[in-house]
Structures are given as C-alpha cells and as structure tokens.
Design a protein around this ligand. Sequence first.
Ligand code: ATP
Length: 229
Amino acid sequence: MARQFAVIGLGRFGYSVAETLIKKGYEVLAIDNDEAKIEAVSDFATYAVQCDATDERALKAVSVKNVDVAVVSIGENIEASILIVMTLKELGVKEIMAKAVTPLHGKILANMGVTEVIYPERDAAIRLAHRLIAPNVLEYLELAQGYSIEEIEVPGQFVGKPLRDAQIRTTYGINVIAIKRRVTKLVRGEWQNVEEMNVNPDAEDILQKGDVMVIVGKEEDLDRLSKLG
Ligand code: ATP
C-alpha cells in the first residue's frame, strides 16, 4: 500500500508539502486549527480536519497513528510544535519530519528523536547564496557534510566534446549523473520547446551549448568546476 501522510500545520510550508503529495496521488491527512486553512485544502486533501493538534484526544480521534509519516510544520508556536511531536511519538508514529525556525527549536526536536529536522528558510538561503557565488550553478543540494549535487551549465571549454574528452571525473573527481537539454519536438502535432533529461549519460555523448549537467562530488571540486564558466 502507498505511504500515507499527515501534515500538521498548513502555513506556507505545510500547505505546499500537502499539495505536492496530493498532486502525486498520495493520501494526506491535513490538520490545522484555523478554519480558513482547512477550507483552503478541503477541496483536494484526502482528509482535512480542523482541530488543535496539541490536544492528544483530537489526534487520537483522527487516527493519526495510522500514518506512515507525519510532517509537523508549525514555526511560530514552538511550544505547540514540541507538544505535537511528543504526542505523535507517544501514539507510535514512526517517521516524524518537523520544521524548525531557530537552532534551539531544531535542537529540541532532534533531541526528541524526530526522524528529520527541516529548516526551510535556512536551506533556501544557503542554496541561494551558492547560486549567487557561482551564477552558473543553477541548483544546489548538500548531500552530506562537504558533498553536494549541483546543476551547472556546461562550461564553454567542454562544448562540442564527448563527455569522455571533457575528463571531468579524472580532472575534478566529479561524476556527471545526468544531462538536461532543451530540444524542439513535435508534441501532439505542435512544435514545442521541451526539456529532455538524459539520466544515463554515455562517454560518447556530445556536450552542447546550453546543456545543463547534474554533477555530484566534493564541494571544493564542484567549486573548481563551476568557476570554469
Ligand atoms: P509558514 O512559514 O510555513 O507559513 P509558520 O512557520 O509561520 O508557517 P505558523 O504560522 O506557526 O507557521 O503555523 C503554521 C500553521 O499551523 C498555521 O496555519 C496555524 O494555524 C497552524 N497551527 C498552529 N498551531 C496549531 C495547533 N496547535 N494545532 C493545529 N494547527 C496549528
């Protein structure tokens, strides 16, 4: 059976999490104590419940214990966020992802044993800063301390060369895991500019101007490559 989710707190973050999961076809129990927030999701959420999630009886009544993953997305009221996580743990919810707004909030959540603490604003800021430092870095995601995955436009010196001759792995210790390319294609009788993703790039694939490489490696190596321009 597909994984079932609960999203508690439908602010901007929680709402987007719930919306994306639902669009992907998953069942989502959406909870908020604000009637307007429940109204906003009730058309598309599988179950939308208005209740105070710090109230253990309310969480029991909506059978939150049956979900596989609960996302707690409450920032402003740190006390509520902690109480809710505590209740979810008591009810036996195995996977809890909780949003934190300050390092202290995050530390408390981590000490309570949540599966993952998420800092959406901090993470978005870090990604933006990396893109500002290296404008040809289009996307950035830290995988582990010191290791990242990035999307960069193919540096000019590699254009027209097969991947093998770019020597990216031998020179930089970086793996190219995919290549994105915009192509004009006939789609349902209409010419359209679409993005194609080659997730299994071959050594013989020729890099073209405008291609975007998805690369993975050590941050210092990625920095050297992304500075090529
Ligand atoms: P965002 O930045 O994602 O918009 P936020 O971090 O500012 O949100 P809050 O405004 O604290 O988060 O809360 C997010 C949502 O959680 C709000 O819609 C709020 O109504 C709801 N919420 C707050 N406390 C509770 C509670 N005890 N029970 C249920 N929902 C709650």
